[in-house]
Design a protein around this ligand. Sequence first.
Ligand SMILES: C[S@@+](CC[C@H](N)C(=O)[O-])C[C@H]1O[C@@H](n2cnc3c(N)ncnc32)[C@H](O)[C@@H]1O
Length: 290
Amino acid sequence: MREDSPSLTALFVAYARAVADREPELRRACQDPIAARILPRPYSTLIRFAERSRSPERRYRELRVSSLGLVDHVALRSGMIDRGLTRALDAGTRQVVLLGAGLDARAHRLRALRDATVFEVDHPSTQELKLRKAAGLPVLARDLRYAPCDFERVSLSEALLAQGFSPQDPVVWIWEGVTMYLDERAVEGSLGLISQLSASGSQLIASYVTPKLTATAHPSAELGLWALAFLAEPIRSPFKPDDMARRLARHDFEVLDDALPADVAAEFGVEKPLRWWGMPDEHIVIARKR
Ligand SMILES: C[S@@+](CC[C@H](N)C(=O)[O-])C[C@H]1O[C@@H](n2cnc3c(N)ncnc32)[C@H](O)[C@@H]1O
């Protein structure tokens, strides 16, 4: 990503959640009424135009379809993560770290976080935007702390410990839509630190893409990859599911679940999700620290 401006992919996915929140079918998977409030222009303008039109439902539907499946994919991806997170919170976890948080609004939208401290870790240039846009918004988590950190340069542990993170207590790590943009060394280094900072029973919920994406000769996928590279956020680290499981095992995490958002759509009551051609094989893995 560019050093001096917020991550564009963070804005795209927040926009996707804002649109999904206006589609009753997708709200069954993920509800994010905050996304539209913290989006900058021009994304917020698109939502406002639709809202103020004579037929908002039709316009929302058009925004959903014109995203070529991004809106459906992100709603399901974030919904799977909300579900995993809520289960861990119900089981008593009281710390949550959002790695590469972008405009993630969980601390402002999930009541299940009422007893938990949320740490948002992100590149300083993206986090500056989140801080500015979310200033004054009610926080539903017990506490929300910001830890600026460039994973490729700064130690994650230093950034978190400085904010009062407790390595003795279990934590849920959420790494949504980030691993693919880091180089393999940064992913491995982060997994090592995540493991060191995770008490037994902690969970890691991460998304990753498989090499199918970068190996495909399909023109639309090639266009998507080209667009990401053009936006200075190229796909750098794809992993096969068994490779990801082995890496996690090396860091003392056992996989509890690994699935594609589109494959669990029916569990949320989303009957025929539009498949995102940009990153159709982004998996969500849930793993527990031994
Ligand atoms: C696609 S966005 C995902 C945002 C958020 N997790 C979500 O799903 O809404 C990718 C995020 O990774 C962050 N990121 C990318 N490279 C990073 C780095 N080297 N250090 C810290 N954060 C990074 C970006 O700032 C951005 O917030």
